[in-house]
Design a protein around this ligand. Structure first.
Ligand SMILES: Cc1noc(C)c1-c1cc(NS(=O)(=O)c2ccccc2)cc(C(=O)O)c1
Length: 130
């Protein structure tokens, strides 16, 4: 009902704000768009669930997320995929892994600092009621 829609609208506003701040961070530029399969032809042989910051925004707009936990699971794919596809010791792989680890830590720090646990509990109750 109306209160539930108010909660989910507030969730979408919070998730868009988090995602847009990540997309503005120059360290995360490689994560802002899907990996270009023409540039990286074997990417989909290694990475089974591609994810990027623009796709997260689309998912938010399409009301895919009812809890912050669902959003964080998809946001984690962005850095997990980068670690999986770039495991080697060469400087390029190391560089993207450093940025992937920075993305992981930044997402967690924002959620810890800015998500009210009572709000997330209300979202989880809505999810369970559906
Ligand atoms: C993410 C990701 N996961 O594996 C890799 C590899 C990347 C990744 C993806 C991109 N963006 S891109 O797929 O459009 C592209 C790939 C190759 C040449 C030009 C563009 C850039 C970079 C980067 O380090 O700049 C890295």
């Amino acid at each position: 009902e109306e209160q539930e829609e108010d909660v989910l609208r507030e969730l979408r506003l919070f998730l868009r704000n988090v995602t847009e701040r990540l997309a503005l961070d120059r360290r995360f530029k490689a994560f802002t768009k899907p990996v270009d399969i023409e540039e990286v032809p074997d990417y989909l042989m290694v990475v089974k669930r591609p994810m990027d910051l623009s796709t997260l925004l689309t998912n938010i707009d399409e009301q895919k997320y009812v809890t912050v936990g669902e959003f964080v699971s998809d946001a984690d794919l962005v850095w997990q995929n980068a670690l999986e596809y770039n495991p080697d010791s060469d400087p390029m792989d190391r560089h993207i892994r450093h940025r992937a680890c920075a993305l992981k830590d930044t997402v967690r720090a924002i959620i810890r600092d800015e998500l009210d646990e009572d709000f997330e509990r209300v979202c989880e109750d809505i999810k369970e009621s559906r």
